[in-house]
Ligand binder design. Structure first.
Ligand SMILES: Nc1ncnc2c1ncn2[C@@H]1O[C@H](COP(=O)(O)OP(=O)(O)OP(=O)(O)O)[C@@H](O)[C@H]1O
Length: 250
């Protein structure tokens, strides 16, 4: 089991964001974490990454309690793509991606893995560019390449398509399928009703008041999702994948 949560509760002030979640994420699964603004998706990712303590319950990562893993071991096992990144240093792209290898014995000296991560996100041409001279989408691709270079079996991605153009969104879909085929587990927070259903095997829906439900993508119907998102939806199949469109069919 890659990730297991038992009776996990998360509070923000007095408000329950999550109440008693029991959840298991296995190798090769891609989970879509969906819910309205402020329902607690990013807070759940931060809790799973060990950056925030839960109010109650436990989390285990690769069979070991999350809190008992030393930071370096935790970084070998999970990688987090935050919703926004702030650059403390004006690294060149290639150095920022190399820095993501700090948990491993090669400590950044792994040209093959770094080149693969740069290529996967179309960054070879920008390798020497300082981070502060990148566009928003280019910066997002560096963050994704850094997550890839970290080479953890569990990837927590908060709105990974932010700022990406269509072709780079499609490349990210391909890369997530590769990670899945390689036996990694991926948790993706997304508001994109085309992207997320196309890559996910499962969905965890949060209602913002502590409630949650789990579905396989095959079982996830428009009514379930519409209730949680507070907007009518229609499920269709497009290009061989499920997809949700706003509104009812007429
Ligand atoms: N420091 C804080 N003080 C008070 N409330 C906070 C604080 N940080 C976050 N919150 C609240 O916690 C709730 C959960 O926030 P979170 O970022 O997890 O939501 P989200 O589901 O990721 O939302 P979005 O879809 O907008 O990214 C929000 O209502 C937010 O306003």
């Amino acid at each position: 089991m890659m990730l297991q949560a038992d009776k996990l509760s998360i509070l923000q002030g007095q408000r329950h964001l999550l109440h008693q979640l029991g959840w298991q994420v296995r190798a090769g699964e891609v989970w879509w974490l969906a819910g309205r603004n402020g329902c607690g998706k990013s807070t759940l990712l931060a809790t799973l990454a060990g950056l925030r303590a839960p109010a109650q319950g436990s989390i285990s990562l690769c069979g070991q309690p999350l809190g008992s893993a030393a930071p370096r071991l935790r970084a070998q096992r999970l990688a987090l793509l935050p919703q926004a990144s702030h650059d403390a240093f004006d690294y060149a792209v290639i150095d920022a991606v190399a820095a993501a290898r700090y948990p491993w014995p090669d400590d950044g000296h792994n040209p093959g893995r770094i080149a693969a991560a740069l290529n996967a996100f179309d960054l070879a041409r920008l390798a020497e560019r300082p981070l502060q001279a990148l566009s928003g989408g280019e910066r997002q691709r560096v963050a994704l390449a850094s997550v890839m270079a970290q080479d953890a079996p569990l990837l927590l991605l908060d709105e990974p398509t932010n700022s990406l153009d269509l072709a780079h969104q499609a490349a990210l879909q391909v890369q997530i399928r590769r990670w899945q085929a390689d036996g990694k587990a991926v948790v993706v927070v997304s508001h994109d009703l085309q992207f997320a259903p196309a890559i996910a095997s499962h969905a965890l829906l949060l209602d913002g008041a502590g409630g949650h439900s789990q579905h396989t993508l095959a079982q996830l119907d428009a009514t379930h999702l519409a209730q949680v998102l507070g907007y009518p939806l229609t499920r269709i199949t497009h290009a061989g994948h499920p997809c949700f469109l706003p509104g009812h069919t007429t």
